[in-house]
Design a protein around this ligand. Structure first.
Ligand code: F2R
Ligand code: MG
Ligand code: MG
Ligand code: MG
Length: 310
């Protein structure tokens, strides 16, 4: 097999942004609410409402990670926090803990005691996982380094072991997706399980591995807690690895943290199947601006590829 190229790097970052934006209107709703108010998830994905798809905090923070890696080649904590603070638009819908930490960063205060104590044991929200895709791409060839860089990318906001492992597991899944030509579910889960450290992640990965492709994923959970959504997103990808619309429809249909689970699942499909797997009709609707939209994300993908190839 040959080395991954620009198509898969762009597919991963744009797949994340599109999944985030398509899933965002349904965040916090139950599976049943979505079905009765809006219809079947496949229709929401094929025909999303509105002219423009607006992304949320998931993509805004992923951009910060990508900018840091493009500039520094690794996670530099000072640069990463500056990116989070400069890119921050609270109206994109940040977690309540994340808001307080980033606002402290923006004021130039020491945010570390806050990040450590804002929740007991630190945050186990999925905010570190939702933004980690660029780490999975740049460090795809070195799993030990990937695991460490994912940890460093989590720490400014997420110090709880589950919040950190969510980022590590998703970065690892991103690297596996990026390198896969013929997808083998058993092998994929075996590699993830071999690295899993906490009881929670071991259980979720082992449970996902036992499911058949058509089985419901609702038992895995889809809340904004890392251990109840990261493996779920991985399973949405693994059920239909080459089918972007199916993967994000499955993610959204579960309810709860729809933008984030769809973002993570979409980024994995994009890393595996490339940007061509994302329907043009969705990609064209993704918001684009002078600095932070579709074109900026596409440029970052090229810069990350250069870092990966170094
Ligand atoms: N914030 C949102 N969506 C708005 C949800 C609104 C909510 N329904 C409401 O009515 O307020 N989405 C974005 O946030 C998620 C990522 O969050 P992140 O960045 O991890 O933030 P945070 O605040 O650190 O954690 C999120 C929540 O998880 C709970 N939590 C975390 N650690 C905890 C702990 N140790 N003990 C107890 N609870 C813990 C808290 O409720 C946090 O607020 C993504 O969905 C993104 O789209
Ligand atoms: Mg969000
Ligand atoms: Mg700005
Ligand atoms: Mg969310």
């Amino acid at each position: 097999s040959h080395a991954p190229g620009a198509d898969r790097f762009a597919g991963c970052l744009l797949g994340l942004a599109v999944g985030d934006a398509v899933g965002a209107p349904y965040e916090g709703l139950t599976h049943a609410d979505i079905f009765f108010q809006f219809g079947t998830p496949d229709k929401l994905v094929t025909n999303p409402s509105g002219d423009t798809l607006h992304y949320t905090d998931d993509t805004e923070m992923m951009i910060g990670v990508a900018e840091t890696l493009a500039e520094c080649g690794r996670i530099d904590e000072t640069r990463l926090c500056r990116a989070f603070a400069e890119n921050y638009h609270p109206e994109r819908g940040y977690g309540q803990g994340a808001r307080r930490v980033i606002e402290a960063m923006a004021r130039g205060e020491d945010y570390r005691p806050l990040a450590a104590n804002i929740f007991p044991g630190g945050s186990f929200g999925n905010g570190a996982a939702m933004r980690v895709a660029p780490v999975g791409l740049v460090f795809a060839d070195t799993v030990d380094e990937l695991w460490e860089q994912a940890r460093l990318s989590a720490l400014p906001t997420h110090t709880h072991p589950l919040g950190i492992e969510g980022a590590q597991a998703l970065a690892h899944a991103t690297a596996l997706a990026l390198h896969t030509t013929t997808f083998n579910r058993k092998q994929f889960y075996r590699e993830l399980l071999a690295r899993a450290t906490t009881e929670e992640f071991r259980w979720h990965i082992a449970t996902a591995a036992k499911l058949k492709p058509g089985d419901s994923l609702s038992g895995l959970g889809s809340t904004l807690h890392a251990h109840r959504s990261v493996v779920t997103a991985i399973a949405c990808f693994a059920a239909t690895p080459g089918d972007f619309e199916m993967a994000i429809a499955r993610a959204i249909g579960l309810g709860d943290d729809t933008d984030t689970v769809a973002a993570m699942a979409g980024s994995l499909v994009g890393a595996f199947a490339g940007v061509r797997a994302i329907p043009a009709a969705l990609l064209e609707k993704l918001e684009d601006g002078p600095a932070k939209g579709r074109a900026h994300i596409s440029r970052l993908a090229i810069e990350l590829l250069a870092r990966y190839e170094q």
